[in-house]
Every structure is written in structure tokens, then in C-alpha cells.
Design a protein around this ligand. Structure first.
Ligand code: GLN
Length: 202
């Protein structure tokens, strides 16, 4: 049985839990979901999800709970991660905000809230590398990826801006695939042909 860890210090945890269960089922896998609030749980997980929410709060809690290092170890072992919105901000190499201590799982720089405030939230159908049909993407106070390292593959763009990226076993999205019933992005990130190679920069 596959064990999926959802980082649950803050953010839209239950939505990711549902989405990863759906993706696993579509992939013919049984899946147990573990909510990660303290250190000690990550190493038992096969895949990890880093939800949307508030990146400054998530970053602070990951550090104080000592979960940050465990996530880095998970990636160094080549295991898959899907990081969405605030999760992408925390997974980045540079979040340009002193309150966020980025984990450098993805060699990208992000601009928090650059797609606008809450009232500027929007949905768009995106062409995503690896998916046959456009994906319904929900953007809420979404970050923009404004610089991408050489080892990072851009999977999707909106208005020319990268909004889905992959490096090694880590996929990050500016939008919220967990807020739709479409679990193809979870499937792509967590179960589809992800090469078991480290994506760490340090
Ligand atoms: N703007 C939020 C942040 O910086 C992220 C928003 C989201 O996850 N929907 O943390």
C-alpha cells in the first residue's frame, strides 16, 4: 500500500488528501494518507504533498517542527513531491520574502501574490506537458515563477509565465489542482514515470 504524506501544518490539507486518493485509485494503487504535523512521519511516506495556504505560516511551522529537513531528505531520496501555490513558494529556491525560508527543492524564484489578490482569483484551462487534454487550473492569490534554473522543466505557462514546473521528482504549480475533481496532475506528479533521481540543489 502506498503511503502519501500531506504536509498539514496549515492550508488546504483535506482537498489534497482526497485528490491523492483519487489519483492513486485511477492508477490502480491503494493509498493511505498521513497528515504531517510533526517530525518523524515523513520518512515513512512514499509521496508528499505540500498544500496551498499561507506560505509564511507554513514555512515557520515546518522549521519549528523540524519537518523542513525531513522534506529535503525525502527529495534527496528521489521520492515524489507535489507542491501547490503556497507549497510551491516554500519549495522554491527564492521566495523574496524574509518570512519564508525556502526549501530549495525547485531551482525557481517566485513572486508571492503576483497574480493578484483574492478578488483577482481566476480559472483557466492550461495545456500541461504530459497531459492530453487541457487542465482546469484554479489560481488564488497565486505566485508567479519569475526565474527558472537550467534543470527545471516548465510544464505549463499562463500568459507566458511558468505556472507548472518540474525538477527531478518535484512538481510545483502556481495553481490548485487539489481544488478540482480532476486528479490528473496529482497522477502525473506522483505516480507517472518520475525518475528516481535527487532534485536537491545543495
Ligand atoms: N499567496 C499565498 C502565500 O503567499 C498563497 C496562496 C495560496 O496558496 N492560494 O502564501
Amino acid at each position: 500500500m502506498l503511503r502519501a504524506g500531506v504536509v498539514a501544518v496549515q492550508g488546504d490539507v483535506s482537498e489534497h488528501a482526497d485528490a491523492v486518493r483519487r489519483a492513486a485509485a485511477a492508477h490502480g494503487e491503494e493509498c493511505e494518507v498521513v497528515e504531517i504535523r510533526q517530525s518523524g512521519a515523513v520518512s515513512d511516506c512514499d509521496v508528499l504533498l505540500m498544500p496551498g495556504g499561507e506560505s509564511t505560516a507554513i514555512s515557520r511551522l515546518l522549521r519549528t517542527e523540524g519537518i523542513d529537513e525531513e522534506i529535503r531528505d525525502h527529495v534527496a531520496a528521489g521520492k515524489p513531491v507535489l507542491a501547490t501555490c503556497a507549497g510551491l513558494i516554500v519549495a522554491a529556491a527564492d521566495a523574496k520574502d524574509d518570512r519564508v525560508d525556502p526549501l530549495s527543492l525547485l531551482d525557481v524564484s517566485v513572486d508571492r501574490n503576483a497574480f493578484g489578490r483574492q478578488r483577482d482569483s481566476f480559472e483557466a484551462f492550461l495545456d500541461v506537458e504530459g497531459l492530453d487534454e487541457p487542465f482546469p487550473a484554479v489560481f488564488i492569490r497565486a505566485p508567479q515563477v519569475d526565474a527558472v534554473g537550467d534543470d527545471v522543466e516548465v510544464l505549463a505557462r499562463w500568459d507566458g509565465v511558468p505556472v507548472a514546473v518540474r525538477q527531478g521528482s518535484v512538481v510545483g504549480t502556481s495553481f490548485h489542482p487539489e481544488l478540482t475533481t480532476d486528479s490528473r496532475l496529482h497522477d502525473l506528479a506522483l505516480f507517472d514515470g518520475v525518475e528516481a533521481e535527487p532534485a536537491l540543489n545543495d
